[in-house]
Design a binder for this molecule. Structure first.
Ligand code: ADP
Ligand code: MG
Length: 263
């Protein structure tokens, strides 16, 4: 096939993912003594960046840990790319990547060695893995540090190295917990640009944040959760309109909406 034909096929394939429902969560519940996630519904389409926004303790991390198969729900259902994630977790995990807020790296490995290790876990073919590692490290500004052990890295560099690892098998659905916390302005920009480029090709990003500006600037849609429940959902403009006149920033909207519902 010609390069042009391959590009066309990949474009058509990608279009197939955009707009499709990538993640469907229904009536999800988890209780730790008291409800942490309380009958939560979520529907997230292919090709979007969705931010789950809420105050500390709202249930954001618990929700995403259940979606990723790290925590068993008390009840509810989770569908990932058409697969029942609770009945067939292995199939769901194939298309997903999870980036925790405090990622674990092997300190003695360099970013290149770490990505080689991750490629082995996912059985990514060697040549493809090298190409992807190189482009991810370049896009994230880590290329000059590719040969240095991670132990000397700043928090931001560690987070970016872990992000590169999460993206190495090219997951259709990337799930990130507080991805921009601890990143300086330049690193935040690199991560944002990378995420935006991915969703343009039909991949999906779901992230949590308690930082209002992150949701406002990065997300196509925002779900505000409080005490494990969805309080409001929509684009920034929709949420702002819902909060009523006089609300100009998402901070106003957020405080208004979370104040409506006692935690
Ligand atoms: N492993 C756990 N054991 C007991 N309580 C937990 C556990 N994980 C989370 N919680 C509780 O569940 C609630 C939601 O926590 P979490 O999902 O971490 O919130 P968020 O990520 O929105 O800050 C909190 O009240 C928290 O204390
Ligand atoms: Mg959390």
């Amino acid at each position: 096939m010609t390069a042009c034909g391959a590009a066309y096929r990949s474009f058509i394939g990608n279009l197939g993912q955009a707009g499709r429902r990538m993640l469907i969560v229904r009536q999800l519940c988890k209780t730790f003594g008291r409800p942490a996630v309380d009958h939560l519904d979520l529907t997230i389409a292919g090709g979007e960046i969705y931010a789950l926004l809420g105050p500390n303790g709202a249930g954001k991390t618990t929700t995403l840990r259940m979606v990723c198969g790290l925590l068993t729900p008390d009840s509810g259902s989770i569908e990932v790319a058409g697969a029942d994630a609770l009945a067939d977790p292995a199939r769901a995990k194939q298309v997903m990547a999870w980036l925790p807020d405090e990622p674990l790296l092997y300190d003695r490995l360099t970013p290149l060695e770490y990505l080689e290790f991750v490629a082995g876990l996912w059985r990514v073919p060697t040549v493809l893995a090298r190409e992807r590692a190189q482009s991810l490290l370049r896009e994230l500004g880590l290329w000059p540090h590719r040969g240095e052990p991670c132990e000397g890295f700043s928090r931001g560099m560690r987070q970016k190295t872990a992000l590169a690892g999460a993206l190495l098998h090219d997951p259709a659905l990337l799930i990130m917990d507080e991805p921009l916390s601890g990143l300086d302005a330049a690193a935040s920009r690199q991560v944002k640009d990378l995420l935006r480029a991915r969703v343009l090709t039909g991949r999906t990003v779901v992230l949590t944040t308690h930082v209002l500006e992150v949701a406002e600037r990065l997300a196509d849609r925002i779900g505000i959760i409080n005490a494990g429940r969805m309080v409001a959902e929509g684009t920034f403009v929709e949420l702002r309109d819902r909060a009523g006149s006089g609300q100009t920033t998402l901070e106003d909207v957020f405080l208004h909406l979370t104040a409506e519902q006692p935690a």
